[in-house]
Design a protein. Structure first.
Lengths: 315, 184
């Protein structure tokens, strides 16, 4: 075993060890002088803080008016601001993205100004459109902040595994004049998950194959006749129940597979929402299914592509 | 929101769970990744990858401790990313952690059939025999990758004293692993 293997092995410590490793309460004796000094310091800080507070109150205009980012860009230095999903009550009319302000965009505006914004725009009014309008965020600033410069023609997988629009169309929906496009992009049904859900066919975690080997995407299930699906389930179980036998049994060709998943424009995408993602592209997965390279297929369906959840722990 | 409720949302394939997880455990995951990578851009990618990995893993997984589950993924992704970029001499604690752990396991030792799970179970047992302070110190340093300065602030013990304590702990771990037949 070398140091690197040891460092990885430490990552496999049990949950019990990790969650119970807490620092016991300190049993230090605090001298009286230290207590007195701490109290004095706290009082001083309190007084100074109160004076500072009074000063800022005097300097503030009677009515707080937000300053658009276009005139005062003032990007915050904090990196702990996260995206907001809008109000907690889910809106059933619009998609999640309509009421979501991504963390990247939040970084463009000062936290205090954002607080004023969410006080003013609540519930149905708190939208991405209102946000960019309120802070005067330009289209270019938006695209740059989202890191979408090179992705405008790509399917917006970041939003949904089967997103029917591109990042560019999303930007158009926010900034364009096409009301129809805006309505479609932000419609709750546009990003709805399909009624037919993915089905994981293996009982528990397979020690040999990564999870996508035994998972059938809901879109594929929908693609085949119910009778065929039921016949497949009846004839396959355990190791035999997998995506390879599924496409073979159902006679799904490479083209049909790509079409069923809506991957025509996503083959070069990292398979973020599919499989364990980010180690391979959607195209890689298709190649593993339909290609002739047996070694590649074996690798793609093994835990080597995503060893961190390997139930055997072997690396 | 309780962990099991969050896990239920994963099982229901409810997309909102991603923002809930981010709000609840984002800071923790970022901290683990940042400790190991020391690079904000990498950390951000690592964090997003962690959520997606969790999304893909649950179901079928049903973790009891979601924080440990997510941190484990973040930690692994960070180490993998670090390994890929070692040649570029990137920052972060990983290089330091590796140099410290070489006291326990030399890079000259090559074990072909390395069993990570078995080794982890042995370290679990080793840590059970350590004091609560030392357990906290080991997990903080080598699981979360916390820098010594942070551990020092949290514990009120000087960095120098922590270094000595960790050094002795590594020696004990090496002896223990050798005794248990692990080639180090």
């Amino acid at each position: 075993m070398n140091a690197e293997q040891l460092l990885f092995a430490i990552g496999d410590l049990s949950d019990k060890t990790v969650t119970s490793a807490t620092l016991p309460p300190k049993r230090r004796v605090v001298p009286l002088w230290a207590t007195a000094a701490a109290v004095a310091a706290a009082v001083a800080v309190g007084i100074l803080g109160y004076i500072g507070f009074l000063k800022t109150q005097r300097q503030k205009p009677p009515v707080a008016t937000p300053t658009p980012a276009a005139t005062t860009p003032a990007p915050t230095t904090t990196t702990t601001v996260w995206g907001t999903g809008g109000d907690t009550d889910a809106c059933t009319v619009h998609s999640f993205e309509y009421h979501n302000i991504d963390g990247y965009l939040l970084d463009l505006v000062p936290q205090e100004a954002f607080n004023v914004f969410i006080e003013k725009y609540k519930g149905e009014d708190m939208t991405i459109l209102a946000f960019v309008d309120y802070f005067g965020i330009t289209r270019e600033q938006f695209v740059s902040a989202m890191r979408w410069e090179d992705k405008l023609d790509m399917t917006a997988l970041q939003h949904h595994p089967n997103a029917p629009y591109t990042y560019g169309q999303f930007v158009d929906a926010v900034y364009g004049d096409d009301a129809e496009l805006t309505a479609w992009v932000f419609d709750a049904d546009t990003l709805q998950y399909p009624e037919t859900k993915d089905v994981y066919l293996f009982d528990g975690l397979c020690e040999t194959h990564q999870m996508e080997y035994h998972r059938i995407n809901g879109e594929l299930i929908k693609y085949v006749d119910e009778d065929v699906w039921n016949a497949y389930l009846a004839a396959h179980e355990g190791e035999e129940a997998n995506i390879l036998t599924f496409v073979k049994f159902c006679g799904i060709t490479r083209e049909e597979y790509i079409q069923a998943l809506g991957w025509e424009k996503a083959l070069d995408h990292v398979a973020t929402w599919h499989g364990m993602g980010y180690e391979y592209t959607c195209g890689d997965f298709v190649e593993a299914l339909y290609g002739d390279d047996e070694a590649f297929r074996e690798y793609m369906f093994s835990w080597d592509v995503f060893p961190m959840l390997n139930p055997t722990g072997a690396r | 929101m309780e962990d099991q409720r969050i896990v239920d949302l994963f099982w229901q394939r409810d997309e909102r769970v991603l923002s809930i997880v981010r709000e609840t455990y984002g800071k923790l995951c970022r901290r683990v990744a940042y400790n190991l990578l020391g690079n904000a851009e990498d950390v951000e990618e690592c964090e997003n990858d962690t959520y997606l990995a969790a999304w893909n893993a649950i179901p079928p997984a049903r973790p009891h401790s979601l924080s440990a589950f997510l941190c484990r993924i973040a930690r692994h992704l960070a180490l993998k990313r670090f390994a890929r970029r070692t040649a570029q001499k990137r920052g972060g604690e990983s290089a330091l952690l590796l140099s410290e752990l070489r006291e326990v396991a030399s890079d000259d030792t090559v074990e072909e059939a390395f069993d990570s799970a078995h080794t982890a179970a042995l370290i679990d047992r080793f840590l059970e025999s350590e004091t609560a302070e030392n357990r906290w110190l080991f997990v903080g340093r080598y699981w979360y990758g916390e820098p010594l300065s942070a551990l020092s602030r949290e514990s009120g013990v000087s960095e120098g004293a922590l270094k000595v304590r960790l050094h002795r702990q590594r020696e004990r771990l090496r002896d223990y692993l050798q005794k248990e037949g692990v080639s180090v």
